[in-house]
Design a protein around this ligand. Structure first.
Ligand SMILES: [Zn+2]
Ligand SMILES: [Zn+2]
Length: 318
């Protein structure tokens, strides 16, 4: 399914099977998760995609000619030599290339990947179950780490990432407060099922002050709301790659050492740590499967906010 230009529906096409270059593997795609970032690329909010482009960066597949299952995440290549790579921050690499943005991704039957950037997947997960771990889970995990040892954790936007991270947070002894679109009672019930001690609308004040909050929804207006919910010294972490503008807010919301920061991309180490942790929790992923040729529908259902958990394209079936 090919993106010719932002804003136009993905087009079903027959492309030649990709040819792996040196150090690359040819992978037969089994499943590919649909991420909010895909929607930002589709909508033109991320402005420099390779075009035409195959979207998708939560890929579960098998290496052609081997009986080996691999996971392919957003971080597709780094130079290994810039000052960020040399200081353990390859997520910020000056020359990074990203799967399903700079490189063709997994809304397809085959893809190629640099072998060094593949991740080993825990066996207990099927292809459908494993796909959302690769970005929703991974970026959520990196965001969670950046909240430090926060005990009372707010999650704004209870979608693909939050439904995974709520389970991890609870496993770590944190208490989760879930914020959904106002009036989304199904979403709030879903959050409580996954262990949230409280769930409400994003404009509500939680019953207690929070030590940290992660904002997964791409809505800048949530930033001052989340800051307002924090205790002194607390952090707000913005987990998305794009957000609408943040409205002006009084300095007192940031005063008393509150912290506001973003999370960008992932390192391979995040991937290894999270994929080792997920089966211990154990994280259970809730997915809605779509056929590859329904990729446009999958994107629209993510936009609508009606999904429970994650949308995943079932490419090769299982
Ligand atoms: Zn680098
Ligand atoms: Zn993603």
């Amino acid at each position: 399914m090919v993106l010719d230009r932002p804003g136009s529906p993905l087009r079903e096409a027959e492309l030649p099977e990709p040819t792996p270059g040196p150090g690359q593997l040819l992978v037969r795609v089994q499943t590919c998760g649909v991420c909010r970032t895909d929607l930002h690329v589709f909508d033109g909010e991320l402005t420099h995609p390779k075009l035409p482009l195959v979207l998708g960066h939560q890929i579960v597949g098998t290496v052609v000619g081997e009986n080996r299952r691999v996971g392919i995440p957003w971080l597709g290549w780094t130079d290994g030599e810039c000052r960020f790579c040399r200081s353990g921050r390859e997520n910020l690499c000056d020359n990074a290339r990203f799967t399903g943005y700079d490189l063709d991704g997994g809304y397809a039957e085959y893809t190629v990947v640099d072998e060094r950037f593949c991740l080993a997947l825990p066996e207990r997960y099927s292809g459908l179950e494993a796909a959302p771990l690769l970005c929703a889970g991974l970026i959520g995990y990196r965001s969670l780490r950046l909240t430090g040892d926060s005990e009372r954790l707010g999650l704004y936007g209870f979608g693909a990432s939050a439904h995974i991270i709520a389970q991890v947070a609870r496993h770590e002894g944190r208490r989760v407060f879930a914020f959904t679109r106002p009036g989304d009672e199904d979403g709030q019930a879903f959050a409580r099922e996954l262990g949230a001690v409280w769930a409400g609308g994003s404009e509500e004040r939680p019953p207690e002050e929070l030590d940290a909050a992660i904002i997964f929804a791409p809505v800048g207006a949530l930033v001052p709301l989340a800051l307002r919910a924090l205790a002194k010294g607390g952090s707000v972490v913005c987990a998305g790659i794009h957000m609408t503008d943040i409205p002006a807010f009084p300095y007192e919301l940031l005063w008393e050492e509150r912290v506001l920061r973003s999370v960008a991309n992932l390192t391979r180490r995040d991937g290894e740590e999270f994929l080792a942790l997920a089966p211990q929790v154990p994280v259970r992923t809730v997915v809605e499967a779509f056929a590859l040729e329904q990729a446009n529908d999958a994107l629209e259902s993510m936009r609508s906010g009606r999904l429970r958990g994650s949308a995943v394209l079932a490419v090769a079936g299982e």
